[in-house]
Design a binder for this molecule. Structure first.
Ligand SMILES: C[S@@+](CC[C@H](N)C(=O)[O-])C[C@H]1O[C@@H](n2cnc3c(N)ncnc32)[C@H](O)[C@@H]1O
Length: 394
Protein backbone atom coordinates (compact mmCIF):
# COMPACT_ATOMS: atom_id res chain seq x y z
CA UNK A 1 0.00 0.00 0.00
CA UNK A 2 2.75 2.40 1.05
CA UNK A 3 4.59 1.44 -2.10
CA UNK A 4 1.50 2.08 -4.24
CA UNK A 5 0.98 5.48 -2.60
CA UNK A 6 4.57 6.54 -3.09
CA UNK A 7 4.50 5.41 -6.72
CA UNK A 8 1.25 7.31 -7.27
CA UNK A 9 2.74 10.56 -6.10
CA UNK A 10 6.07 10.23 -7.91
CA UNK A 11 6.69 13.28 -10.04
CA UNK A 12 8.13 13.20 -13.52
CA UNK A 13 8.64 15.53 -16.45
CA UNK A 14 6.06 15.73 -19.22
CA UNK A 15 5.77 17.62 -22.46
CA UNK A 16 2.46 18.93 -23.78
CA UNK A 17 2.53 19.57 -27.51
CA UNK A 18 0.41 22.32 -29.00
CA UNK A 19 -0.20 24.41 -32.11
CA UNK A 20 1.81 27.44 -33.26
CA UNK A 21 1.01 30.47 -31.12
CA UNK A 22 -0.81 28.62 -28.34
CA UNK A 23 2.20 28.09 -26.03
CA UNK A 24 1.26 30.90 -23.60
CA UNK A 25 -2.37 29.74 -23.45
CA UNK A 26 -1.26 26.19 -22.73
CA UNK A 27 1.16 27.33 -20.01
CA UNK A 28 -1.71 29.26 -18.39
CA UNK A 29 -3.98 26.21 -18.57
CA UNK A 30 -1.23 24.11 -16.99
CA UNK A 31 -0.75 26.66 -14.20
CA UNK A 32 -4.50 26.63 -13.51
CA UNK A 33 -4.50 22.82 -13.35
CA UNK A 34 -1.60 22.87 -10.87
CA UNK A 35 1.43 21.80 -12.94
CA UNK A 36 4.91 22.48 -11.58
CA UNK A 37 8.06 23.81 -13.23
CA UNK A 38 6.29 24.99 -16.39
CA UNK A 39 8.62 25.87 -19.26
CA UNK A 40 7.50 27.23 -22.61
CA UNK A 41 9.12 25.78 -25.76
CA UNK A 42 8.33 25.96 -29.45
CA UNK A 43 4.89 24.42 -29.96
CA UNK A 44 5.26 22.70 -26.60
CA UNK A 45 5.28 23.33 -22.88
CA UNK A 46 7.14 21.10 -20.42
CA UNK A 47 6.03 20.60 -16.84
CA UNK A 48 6.31 18.34 -13.83
CA UNK A 49 3.51 16.31 -12.31
CA UNK A 50 2.59 12.84 -11.11
CA UNK A 51 0.55 10.07 -12.71
CA UNK A 52 -2.75 11.60 -11.59
CA UNK A 53 -1.69 14.90 -13.10
CA UNK A 54 -0.92 13.15 -16.38
CA UNK A 55 -4.53 11.90 -16.44
CA UNK A 56 -5.76 15.38 -15.51
CA UNK A 57 -3.70 17.04 -18.26
CA UNK A 58 -5.12 14.67 -20.89
CA UNK A 59 -8.70 15.19 -19.72
CA UNK A 60 -8.56 18.89 -18.96
CA UNK A 61 -6.21 20.77 -21.30
CA UNK A 62 -8.01 22.50 -24.17
CA UNK A 63 -4.96 23.60 -26.16
CA UNK A 64 -2.79 20.47 -25.89
CA UNK A 65 -2.48 18.11 -28.85
CA UNK A 66 -0.76 15.32 -26.90
CA UNK A 67 1.03 14.72 -23.58
CA UNK A 68 4.38 12.95 -23.82
CA UNK A 69 6.23 11.24 -21.00
CA UNK A 70 9.98 11.24 -21.80
CA UNK A 71 11.77 8.06 -20.71
CA UNK A 72 15.27 8.57 -22.12
CA UNK A 73 17.55 11.29 -23.54
CA UNK A 74 20.77 10.60 -25.40
CA UNK A 75 23.11 11.99 -28.06
CA UNK A 76 22.95 10.58 -31.58
CA UNK A 77 25.21 11.14 -34.57
CA UNK A 78 23.64 8.67 -36.98
CA UNK A 79 21.11 5.86 -37.36
CA UNK A 80 23.44 3.23 -35.92
CA UNK A 81 23.79 5.29 -32.74
CA UNK A 82 20.03 5.57 -32.56
CA UNK A 83 19.61 1.80 -32.96
CA UNK A 84 22.26 1.01 -30.31
CA UNK A 85 20.89 3.48 -27.80
CA UNK A 86 17.32 2.26 -28.27
CA UNK A 87 18.47 -1.29 -27.58
CA UNK A 88 19.57 -0.23 -24.07
CA UNK A 89 16.00 0.69 -23.04
CA UNK A 90 14.17 -2.05 -21.12
CA UNK A 91 11.21 -2.13 -23.48
CA UNK A 92 9.56 -5.02 -21.68
CA UNK A 93 8.94 -2.58 -18.79
CA UNK A 94 6.56 -0.70 -21.07
CA UNK A 95 5.31 -3.14 -23.65
CA UNK A 96 3.94 -6.65 -23.42
CA UNK A 97 5.35 -9.13 -25.90
CA UNK A 98 1.82 -9.92 -27.10
CA UNK A 99 0.96 -6.23 -27.31
CA UNK A 100 1.24 -3.88 -30.28
CA UNK A 101 3.15 -0.64 -30.78
CA UNK A 102 3.59 2.27 -33.17
CA UNK A 103 6.32 4.88 -33.52
CA UNK A 104 5.91 8.55 -34.32
CA UNK A 105 9.04 10.62 -35.07
CA UNK A 106 10.03 14.21 -35.54
CA UNK A 107 13.57 14.88 -36.71
CA UNK A 108 15.15 18.32 -37.06
CA UNK A 109 18.70 17.26 -37.82
CA UNK A 110 21.13 17.11 -40.71
CA UNK A 111 21.85 13.40 -40.24
CA UNK A 112 18.19 12.47 -39.90
CA UNK A 113 16.32 14.02 -42.77
CA UNK A 114 13.48 11.50 -42.98
CA UNK A 115 11.42 11.15 -39.84
CA UNK A 116 9.73 8.13 -41.40
CA UNK A 117 13.10 6.40 -41.53
CA UNK A 118 13.73 7.25 -37.87
CA UNK A 119 10.42 5.53 -37.06
CA UNK A 120 11.42 2.43 -39.05
CA UNK A 121 14.83 2.25 -37.36
CA UNK A 122 13.17 2.58 -33.95
CA UNK A 123 10.66 -0.13 -34.80
CA UNK A 124 13.55 -2.46 -35.82
CA UNK A 125 15.46 -1.71 -32.60
CA UNK A 126 12.44 -2.51 -30.43
CA UNK A 127 11.56 -5.64 -32.40
CA UNK A 128 15.18 -6.86 -32.19
CA UNK A 129 15.32 -6.11 -28.46
CA UNK A 130 12.38 -8.46 -27.87
CA UNK A 131 13.55 -11.09 -30.34
CA UNK A 132 17.00 -11.22 -28.73
CA UNK A 133 15.58 -11.47 -25.24
CA UNK A 134 12.45 -13.61 -25.75
CA UNK A 135 12.73 -15.06 -29.27
CA UNK A 136 9.48 -13.31 -30.13
CA UNK A 137 8.44 -9.73 -30.88
CA UNK A 138 5.36 -7.55 -30.45
CA UNK A 139 3.58 -6.47 -33.63
CA UNK A 140 3.22 -3.03 -35.08
CA UNK A 141 -0.30 -1.58 -35.24
CA UNK A 142 -0.34 1.89 -36.72
CA UNK A 143 -4.04 2.54 -36.12
CA UNK A 144 -4.70 1.26 -32.65
CA UNK A 145 -1.46 0.37 -30.86
CA UNK A 146 -1.21 -0.57 -27.18
CA UNK A 147 1.83 1.67 -26.88
CA UNK A 148 2.67 4.73 -28.94
CA UNK A 149 6.32 5.76 -28.82
CA UNK A 150 7.52 9.20 -29.78
CA UNK A 151 11.05 9.96 -31.00
CA UNK A 152 12.21 13.55 -31.17
CA UNK A 153 15.62 14.39 -32.63
CA UNK A 154 16.90 17.95 -32.44
CA UNK A 155 20.38 18.20 -33.97
CA UNK A 156 22.20 15.53 -31.89
CA UNK A 157 19.76 15.31 -28.99
CA UNK A 158 17.30 12.46 -29.06
CA UNK A 159 14.35 12.13 -26.67
CA UNK A 160 12.35 8.92 -26.44
CA UNK A 161 8.88 9.39 -24.98
CA UNK A 162 5.75 7.41 -24.34
CA UNK A 163 2.68 9.08 -25.78
CA UNK A 164 0.18 9.15 -22.92
CA UNK A 165 -2.60 10.51 -25.16
CA UNK A 166 -2.53 7.95 -27.97
CA UNK A 167 -4.65 9.58 -30.63
CA UNK A 168 -4.36 13.37 -30.88
CA UNK A 169 -6.29 15.19 -28.17
CA UNK A 170 -8.31 17.13 -30.75
CA UNK A 171 -10.35 13.93 -31.05
CA UNK A 172 -12.62 14.89 -28.19
CA UNK A 173 -15.17 12.19 -28.89
CA UNK A 174 -18.15 14.37 -29.76
CA UNK A 175 -17.70 14.63 -33.50
CA UNK A 176 -19.75 12.03 -35.32
CA UNK A 177 -20.24 14.05 -38.45
CA UNK A 178 -18.03 16.41 -40.39
CA UNK A 179 -18.96 19.05 -42.92
CA UNK A 180 -16.76 20.16 -45.78
CA UNK A 181 -14.26 22.14 -43.73
CA UNK A 182 -14.49 21.52 -39.98
CA UNK A 183 -12.01 23.36 -37.81
CA UNK A 184 -9.68 21.34 -35.56
CA UNK A 185 -11.06 21.24 -31.99
CA UNK A 186 -7.76 22.32 -30.39
CA UNK A 187 -7.51 25.21 -32.83
CA UNK A 188 -11.11 26.23 -32.06
CA UNK A 189 -10.49 26.16 -28.30
CA UNK A 190 -7.29 28.17 -28.67
CA UNK A 191 -8.97 30.84 -30.81
CA UNK A 192 -11.76 31.20 -28.25
CA UNK A 193 -9.25 31.54 -25.41
CA UNK A 194 -7.24 34.06 -27.45
CA UNK A 195 -10.42 36.12 -27.78
CA UNK A 196 -10.57 36.28 -23.99
CA UNK A 197 -13.95 34.51 -23.83
CA UNK A 198 -14.59 33.05 -20.40
CA UNK A 199 -18.35 32.44 -20.38
CA UNK A 200 -19.24 35.79 -18.85
CA UNK A 201 -20.42 37.11 -22.24
CA UNK A 202 -22.80 35.81 -24.89
CA UNK A 203 -21.23 34.01 -27.83
CA UNK A 204 -22.24 33.75 -31.49
CA UNK A 205 -20.68 31.72 -34.31
CA UNK A 206 -22.62 32.98 -37.34
CA UNK A 207 -21.14 30.40 -39.77
CA UNK A 208 -20.98 27.46 -37.40
CA UNK A 209 -20.67 24.53 -39.83
CA UNK A 210 -20.60 21.37 -37.73
CA UNK A 211 -20.55 23.37 -34.50
CA UNK A 212 -16.98 22.88 -33.28
CA UNK A 213 -16.44 26.48 -32.13
CA UNK A 214 -19.82 26.53 -30.34
CA UNK A 215 -19.11 23.25 -28.54
CA UNK A 216 -15.65 24.37 -27.42
CA UNK A 217 -17.11 27.73 -26.27
CA UNK A 218 -19.85 25.99 -24.28
CA UNK A 219 -17.31 23.71 -22.61
CA UNK A 220 -15.22 26.77 -21.66
CA UNK A 221 -18.29 28.65 -20.39
CA UNK A 222 -19.42 25.69 -18.26
CA UNK A 223 -15.88 24.65 -17.28
CA UNK A 224 -16.38 21.16 -18.70
CA UNK A 225 -13.16 19.20 -19.29
CA UNK A 226 -12.75 19.04 -23.09
CA UNK A 227 -11.90 15.36 -23.24
CA UNK A 228 -14.47 14.04 -20.82
CA UNK A 229 -16.36 12.31 -23.68
CA UNK A 230 -13.26 10.83 -25.27
CA UNK A 231 -13.33 7.12 -25.91
CA UNK A 232 -9.77 6.27 -24.93
CA UNK A 233 -6.37 7.63 -23.90
CA UNK A 234 -3.01 5.94 -24.56
CA UNK A 235 -2.26 5.59 -20.84
CA UNK A 236 -5.32 3.37 -20.33
CA UNK A 237 -3.38 0.55 -21.98
CA UNK A 238 -0.22 1.04 -19.94
CA UNK A 239 0.69 -1.62 -17.38
CA UNK A 240 0.59 0.91 -14.55
CA UNK A 241 -2.88 2.24 -15.46
CA UNK A 242 -4.76 3.01 -12.25
CA UNK A 243 -8.47 2.99 -13.00
CA UNK A 244 -9.50 4.14 -9.51
CA UNK A 245 -7.15 7.08 -9.71
CA UNK A 246 -8.47 7.92 -13.19
CA UNK A 247 -12.05 7.95 -11.85
CA UNK A 248 -11.05 10.17 -8.94
CA UNK A 249 -9.40 12.65 -11.32
CA UNK A 250 -12.39 12.59 -13.69
CA UNK A 251 -14.80 13.30 -10.84
CA UNK A 252 -12.64 16.04 -9.37
CA UNK A 253 -12.55 17.80 -12.75
CA UNK A 254 -16.29 17.37 -13.25
CA UNK A 255 -16.94 18.91 -9.83
CA UNK A 256 -15.49 22.17 -11.14
CA UNK A 257 -18.18 22.38 -13.87
CA UNK A 258 -20.69 25.19 -13.41
CA UNK A 259 -23.80 26.23 -15.30
CA UNK A 260 -23.16 29.38 -17.30
CA UNK A 261 -26.09 31.63 -18.15
CA UNK A 262 -24.38 32.94 -21.29
CA UNK A 263 -26.28 32.44 -24.53
CA UNK A 264 -24.32 30.47 -27.12
CA UNK A 265 -25.82 30.72 -30.58
CA UNK A 266 -24.86 29.40 -34.02
CA UNK A 267 -26.11 30.03 -37.55
CA UNK A 268 -25.30 28.42 -40.83
CA UNK A 269 -27.01 28.92 -44.13
CA UNK A 270 -26.66 25.24 -45.09
CA UNK A 271 -29.35 22.96 -43.60
CA UNK A 272 -26.93 20.00 -43.77
CA UNK A 273 -24.41 21.89 -41.62
CA UNK A 274 -27.08 22.65 -39.02
CA UNK A 275 -28.05 18.97 -38.89
CA UNK A 276 -24.41 18.02 -38.32
CA UNK A 277 -24.00 20.70 -35.66
CA UNK A 278 -27.07 19.39 -33.81
CA UNK A 279 -25.68 15.83 -33.90
CA UNK A 280 -22.33 16.94 -32.52
CA UNK A 281 -23.89 19.18 -29.85
CA UNK A 282 -26.02 16.25 -28.70
CA UNK A 283 -22.97 13.97 -28.63
CA UNK A 284 -21.28 16.51 -26.35
CA UNK A 285 -24.45 16.66 -24.18
CA UNK A 286 -24.54 20.42 -24.62
CA UNK A 287 -28.00 20.87 -26.15
CA UNK A 288 -29.16 22.82 -23.06
CA UNK A 289 -26.46 25.42 -23.61
CA UNK A 290 -26.27 25.93 -27.39
CA UNK A 291 -28.91 27.04 -29.89
CA UNK A 292 -28.34 26.60 -33.64
CA UNK A 293 -30.52 27.84 -36.48
CA UNK A 294 -30.43 27.85 -40.23
CA UNK A 295 -29.83 31.52 -41.16
CA UNK A 296 -27.92 33.52 -43.70
CA UNK A 297 -25.66 35.59 -41.45
CA UNK A 298 -26.00 38.53 -43.83
CA UNK A 299 -29.74 38.75 -43.01
CA UNK A 300 -29.26 38.65 -39.22
CA UNK A 301 -29.00 41.20 -36.43
CA UNK A 302 -27.56 40.70 -32.98
CA UNK A 303 -30.18 38.91 -30.89
CA UNK A 304 -28.34 38.84 -27.56
CA UNK A 305 -28.63 41.57 -24.94
CA UNK A 306 -25.37 43.08 -23.72
CA UNK A 307 -21.73 42.19 -24.32
CA UNK A 308 -21.32 39.54 -26.96
CA UNK A 309 -18.39 37.87 -28.65
CA UNK A 310 -18.78 36.83 -32.28
CA UNK A 311 -16.15 34.34 -33.44
CA UNK A 312 -16.13 32.37 -36.68
CA UNK A 313 -14.19 30.83 -39.49
CA UNK A 314 -15.81 31.89 -42.73
CA UNK A 315 -15.24 29.82 -45.85
CA UNK A 316 -11.74 30.26 -47.30
CA UNK A 317 -11.27 30.87 -51.00
CA UNK A 318 -8.92 27.85 -51.06
CA UNK A 319 -11.50 25.45 -49.77
CA UNK A 320 -14.98 26.58 -50.68
CA UNK A 321 -16.31 28.31 -53.72
CA UNK A 322 -17.39 31.86 -52.99
CA UNK A 323 -16.73 35.30 -54.42
CA UNK A 324 -14.22 36.22 -51.75
CA UNK A 325 -14.10 40.05 -52.01
CA UNK A 326 -17.91 40.42 -52.07
CA UNK A 327 -18.35 37.87 -49.29
CA UNK A 328 -15.93 39.64 -46.93
CA UNK A 329 -17.46 43.03 -47.72
CA UNK A 330 -20.81 41.61 -46.63
CA UNK A 331 -19.26 40.30 -43.42
CA UNK A 332 -18.04 43.85 -42.67
CA UNK A 333 -21.41 45.42 -43.48
CA UNK A 334 -23.37 42.90 -41.40
CA UNK A 335 -21.13 43.37 -38.39
CA UNK A 336 -21.17 47.15 -38.70
CA UNK A 337 -24.93 47.55 -39.06
CA UNK A 338 -26.28 44.52 -37.19
CA UNK A 339 -23.86 43.81 -34.36
CA UNK A 340 -23.36 46.81 -32.05
CA UNK A 341 -21.62 46.36 -28.72
CA UNK A 342 -19.78 43.30 -29.97
CA UNK A 343 -16.21 42.11 -30.23
CA UNK A 344 -16.04 40.17 -33.47
CA UNK A 345 -13.20 37.78 -34.30
CA UNK A 346 -12.64 35.83 -37.47
CA UNK A 347 -9.92 33.52 -38.73
CA UNK A 348 -8.97 33.52 -42.36
CA UNK A 349 -6.14 32.80 -44.77
CA UNK A 350 -7.56 35.20 -47.36
CA UNK A 351 -5.46 38.27 -46.62
CA UNK A 352 -5.58 40.11 -49.93
CA UNK A 353 -9.03 39.32 -51.32
CA UNK A 354 -10.71 38.70 -47.98
CA UNK A 355 -9.51 40.76 -45.03
CA UNK A 356 -8.83 43.88 -47.07
CA UNK A 357 -12.47 43.99 -48.14
CA UNK A 358 -14.07 43.75 -44.68
CA UNK A 359 -13.81 47.53 -44.45
CA UNK A 360 -13.56 47.66 -40.63
CA UNK A 361 -10.56 48.69 -38.57
CA UNK A 362 -8.84 45.67 -37.02
CA UNK A 363 -7.92 46.15 -33.38
CA UNK A 364 -5.86 42.94 -33.16
CA UNK A 365 -4.22 40.54 -35.61
CA UNK A 366 -2.77 37.23 -34.42
CA UNK A 367 -0.85 34.77 -36.60
CA UNK A 368 -2.17 31.21 -36.35
CA UNK A 369 -2.22 28.13 -38.57
CA UNK A 370 -5.20 26.11 -39.72
CA UNK A 371 -3.41 22.89 -40.64
CA UNK A 372 -0.70 24.08 -43.02
CA UNK A 373 -2.56 27.26 -43.98
CA UNK A 374 -1.12 30.43 -42.47
CA UNK A 375 -4.03 32.46 -41.11
CA UNK A 376 -4.81 35.55 -39.10
CA UNK A 377 -7.23 35.73 -36.22
CA UNK A 378 -8.47 39.32 -36.43
CA UNK A 379 -10.56 41.38 -34.04
CA UNK A 380 -13.06 44.10 -34.86
CA UNK A 381 -14.60 46.16 -32.07
CA UNK A 382 -18.15 47.27 -32.78
CA UNK A 383 -19.54 50.01 -30.55
CA UNK A 384 -23.12 50.91 -29.67
CA UNK A 385 -23.73 53.44 -32.45
CA UNK A 386 -21.26 56.19 -33.28
CA UNK A 387 -19.87 58.56 -30.68
CA UNK A 388 -22.01 61.34 -32.18
CA UNK A 389 -25.20 59.26 -31.83
CA UNK A 390 -24.34 58.56 -28.20
CA UNK A 391 -23.91 62.24 -27.57
CA UNK A 392 -27.27 63.05 -29.23
CA UNK A 393 -29.08 60.37 -27.18
CA UNK A 394 -27.97 62.11 -24.00
C1 LIG B 1 -15.30 26.88 -42.92
S1 LIG B 1 -16.93 26.42 -42.59
C2 LIG B 1 -17.07 26.53 -40.83
C3 LIG B 1 -16.61 25.28 -40.18
C4 LIG B 1 -16.97 25.18 -38.72
N1 LIG B 1 -16.19 26.07 -37.90
C5 LIG B 1 -16.82 23.74 -38.26
O1 LIG B 1 -16.01 23.48 -37.36
O2 LIG B 1 -17.47 22.85 -38.81
C6 LIG B 1 -17.84 27.80 -43.13
C7 LIG B 1 -19.32 27.64 -43.01
O3 LIG B 1 -19.92 28.89 -43.37
C8 LIG B 1 -21.20 28.60 -43.89
N2 LIG B 1 -21.66 29.80 -44.61
C9 LIG B 1 -21.23 30.31 -45.78
N3 LIG B 1 -21.89 31.45 -46.07
C10 LIG B 1 -22.73 31.69 -45.04
C11 LIG B 1 -23.67 32.72 -44.74
N4 LIG B 1 -23.86 33.75 -45.58
N5 LIG B 1 -24.37 32.64 -43.58
C12 LIG B 1 -24.21 31.61 -42.74
N6 LIG B 1 -23.34 30.59 -42.98
C13 LIG B 1 -22.60 30.63 -44.10
C14 LIG B 1 -20.97 27.39 -44.77
O4 LIG B 1 -22.18 26.69 -44.99
C15 LIG B 1 -19.96 26.60 -43.91
O5 LIG B 1 -20.61 25.63 -43.13
Amino acid sequence: MQDKLSKMSQNFKMLAKTLFGFEELLAKELRNLGAMDIKIGVRNVSFIGDKGFMYKANLGLRTAVRILKPIRNFKVQNEDDLYQQLQTIKWDNYLNINGTFAVDSVANAENFTHSHYVSLKTKDAIADYFRNKFGKRPNVDLDHPDLKINIHIQKHDCTVSLDSSGESLHKRGYRSATNIAPINEVLAAGLILLSGYDGSQHFIDPMCGSGTILIEAAMIANQIPPNINRREFGFEKWDDFDEDLFDIIKNSLLKKARESSAEIIGYDKAPSAIRKAIDNIENAHLEDFITVRQENFFNTEKETEGKTIVLFNPPYGERLEINVPIFYKEIGNTLKHGYPNTNAWLITSDFENGLKNVGLRTSKKIKVFNGKLECRLVKYEMYEGSKKEKFLKK
